[in-house]
Write a protein that binds this ligand. Structure first.
Ligand SMILES: C[S@@+](CC[C@H](N)C(=O)[O-])C[C@H]1O[C@@H](n2cnc3c(N)ncnc32)[C@H](O)[C@@H]1O
Length: 311
């Protein structure tokens, strides 16, 4: 979980996989999808966001609570050590919705700190599928009230996001490999600080340039895009080495390792036909009503939406 904890505690974003882009929660058709799911909820309902991260979906719930003038109780859990309140310093507007949300870190979906039949609506955006599905469905059914619903938007291997992530994972693995480009950058920086004229530096630099060139030439366009994006911060340390550049490079290497772990989690979480069958079968055993259907956002396959009701 360290890779998620580090992300949530360091990123200035509400939602995940937001590197390189503004990430202030969910908007557009996706937000509209979630707003629709809230229709008909009692004013006194208890809602819980599963795998909330920095609370993108929980914030949407809190905003709807205010707009609909309800007394909803909003809980938001995540297995990582999340500290979303930290974001308020940079985004003061979050103070208001955050006041409406009870965040619980170190809390796994498979073991929720709730009484039996105490929740009206469980929601999850790209998180339920990261947990152990069978145990989590069982747990969801324990905590849901009769008539309560579980709605989870989950990753699917068929989405452009999953396919692009697979490319990113390969590039990251290559960069981080023993004797890979990042290791060479780390070895080169102390030499650069001593002297960029020394034969040792010149030789190591040439080897690195050659390695980068050969690697770049081997890449298809999507992989090349990943490479440029991931390598740019390391390259800028090399162009203007400063006293703390070796430490910065180590930190960048650590974040890249965490990024690789998060993307690998995402790939492992994708709902495959087998997993989808497993979910349907378990729903039948739990005598749940529901469906698992593709969700399209802005004309593109976005994921699979599980919409289930405890009868
Ligand atoms: C892709 S992020 C999604 C976060 C958030 N829902 C969003 O849309 O930005 C997946 C989250 O699931 C959490 N997670 C993974 N396994 C979990 C589990 N078994 N129980 C609770 N949270 C889990 C991770 O810590 C991470 O924050």
């Amino acid at each position: 979980m360290q890779h998620w904890t580090a992300y949530w505690q360091q990123a200035d974003t509400l939602n995940s996989f937001a590197e390189g882009q503004a990430a202030s929660g969910y908007h557009g058709e996706l937000a509209a999808f979630w707003r629709q799911q809230l229709a008909g909820l009692a004013a006194s309902a208890t809602l819980m966001d599963l795998g909330t991260g920095n609370g993108a979906l929980a914030v949407l719930l809190a905003e709807q609570k205010q707009q609909r003038a309800t007394n909803w109780r909003i809980l938001a859990v995540d297995a990582a050590d999340i500290q979303p309140q930290r974001l308020i310093a940079k985004q003061p507007a979050l103070a208001k919705p955050f006041k409406q949300i009870r965040f619980l870190g170190h809390t796994r979906i498979e073991q929720l700190p709730c009484a039996n039949a105490s929740i009206d609506l469980l929601v999850s955006q790209f998180a339920f599928e990261y947990s152990e599905l069978s145990a989590s469905l069982q747990e969801a059914w324990r905590v849901l009230k009769p008539g309560g619903r579980l709605i989870a938007v989950m990753h699917s291997a068929d989405t452009a996001l999953a396919q692009d992530s697979a490319v990113g994972i390969l590039v990251m693995q290559n960069l981080l490999a023993a004797d890979g480009i990042i290791e060479r950058v780390l070895a080169l920086l102390p030499l650069a600080l001593r002297s960029t004229q020394s034969p040792q530096f010149i030789q190591a630099n040439q080897q690195l340039l050659q390695q980068v060139k050969v690697y770049q030439q081997s890449l298809a366009p999507a992989a090349a895009e990943w490479f440029h994006y991931l390598f740019a911060p390391f390259a800028s340390l090399l162009f203007q080495p400063a006293v703390d550049s070796p430490h910065q490079a180590k930190r960048l290497q650590q974040s890249l390792t965490y990024y690789l772990q998060r993307l690998s989690d995402q790939q492992a979480a994708c709902i495959t036909p087998d997993k989808a069958d497993g979910i349907q079968q378990q729903l039948q055993k739990l005598r749940g009503r529901g469906q698992l259907a593709p969700l399209y956002i802005e004309g593109q396959l976005f994921g699979l939406a599980l919409m289930a009701e405890k009868v």
